[in-house]
Ligand binder design. Structure first.
Ligand code: NAP
Length: 291
């Protein structure tokens, strides 16, 4: 590993409700494109990440696929060891559209299968989330998609898709960090057997200077990012932190050799703020349908 003396991190897996195993910590790729994305994903695989999170809207599926092919060719990893997730964007909701979007993602990734595909947002104003999720379920039966999931779903729409299809998504990837810790949604997920996966788990980096987090990090001789990611794992969540820097990728993954006490967990959970979202609410995004 360039400029690093640390050994590769062994990231544990969690069992999902369809029997798949997923590394609990994944590598986020939003905002990484082209050569920078290829480099960062290859470095993340070197660090030990085996779960990579992309989406059609990130415009980096080709780069992620290229990095994976390079890593496999170099003997760093096999395809079977990886867990690749992607997402269908809002403008491709609907039965036929999702089928086309899935094939397009597969082609851009240049892979024989995708481990997990998500409906990226429910977009309640459009009213196609059940049909879109159902379309993923149909694709799953054909062998190119292993697990089906959603992102940014709230309890009502989550319950609706499960009732309509009889299939619980393996996970719901939602905004979740100390500033917005989603206790109610996590409880619903637990009841439904859906894994909670945190996006923007580091609050995009903004939370890392918070005095509570810094003080816990000092007590444990860990970094603020490690404390936040460890908090998420101890809450029972998966998380997909992003970093373009290999040293930070390593730091973020190296969280399986220490524990937060109940008091430390509670201190971080109590930072929750109703208005703490960094992005729009899924009740509102992307809003009214324009004709
Ligand atoms: N489903 C959805 O709707 C949705 C929405 C948003 C995001 N996501 C997924 O979630 C992933 C993560 O979210 P995110 O990228 O918004 O934010 P994040 O992972 O919370 O934070 C990333 C930011 O923190 C910095 N950072 C990373 N590690 C650090 C460390 N150890 N110390 C200090 N700073 C650090 C990064 O800078 P450097 O790169 O310079 O290190 C970057 O600016 C995305 O990449 C994407 O895969 C999904």
């Amino acid at each position: 590993m360039k400029g690093m003396s640390q050994a590769e991190v062994n990231i544990p897996t969690v069992s999902l409700n369809d029997g798949s195993e997923m590394p609990v910590l994944g590598f986020g790729t939003w905002n990484l494109e082209g050569a920078e994305c290829i480099r960062a994903v290859r470095e993340a695989i070197e660090v030990g990440y085996r779960h990579i999170d992309t989406a059609a809207i990130y415009k980096n599926e080709e780069a992620v696929g290229q990095a994976v092919r390079e890593a496999i060719a170099a003997g760093d990893v096999t395809r079977e060891e990886l867990f690749i997730t992607s997402k269908v964007w809002n403008n491709q909701q609907g039965d036929q559209e999702v089928q086309q979007a899935f094939q397009a993602s597969l082609k851009r990734l240049d892979m024989e299968f995708i481990d997990c595909m998500m409906v990226h947002w429910p977009w309640p104003q459009r009213g196609l989330y059940v049909e879109s999720y159902e379309a993923l379920a149909k694709i799953q039966g054909l062998g190119q998609l292993r697990s089906i999931a959603v992102a940014n779903f709230y309890p009502e729409v989550l319950e609706e898709i499960i009732q309509a299809t009889g299939i619980a998504p393996v996970l719901n990837q939602v905004e979740l960090h100390p500033g917005f810790s989603q206790a109610q949604l996590r409880a619903v997920h637990k009841e439904l057997g859906v894994m909670t996966e945190a996006w923007s788990p580091l609050g995009r980096g903004d939370l890392l200077g918070d005095p509570k987090i810094v003080s816990i990090a000092d007590e444990l001789e860990k970094t603020p990012a490690q404390v936040v990611l460890r908090w998420l794992v101890q809450l029972g969540c998966s998380a997909v932190p992003k970093s373009s820097q290999q040293q930070r990728q390593f730091e973020n993954a190296d969280i399986f050799n220490f524990e937060l006490s109940d008091e430390q967990m509670q201190a971080i959970t109590s930072m929750d703020d109703e208005g703490g979202r960094l992005f729009q609410s899924p009740f509102e995004f992307p809003g009214e349908v324009r004709q």
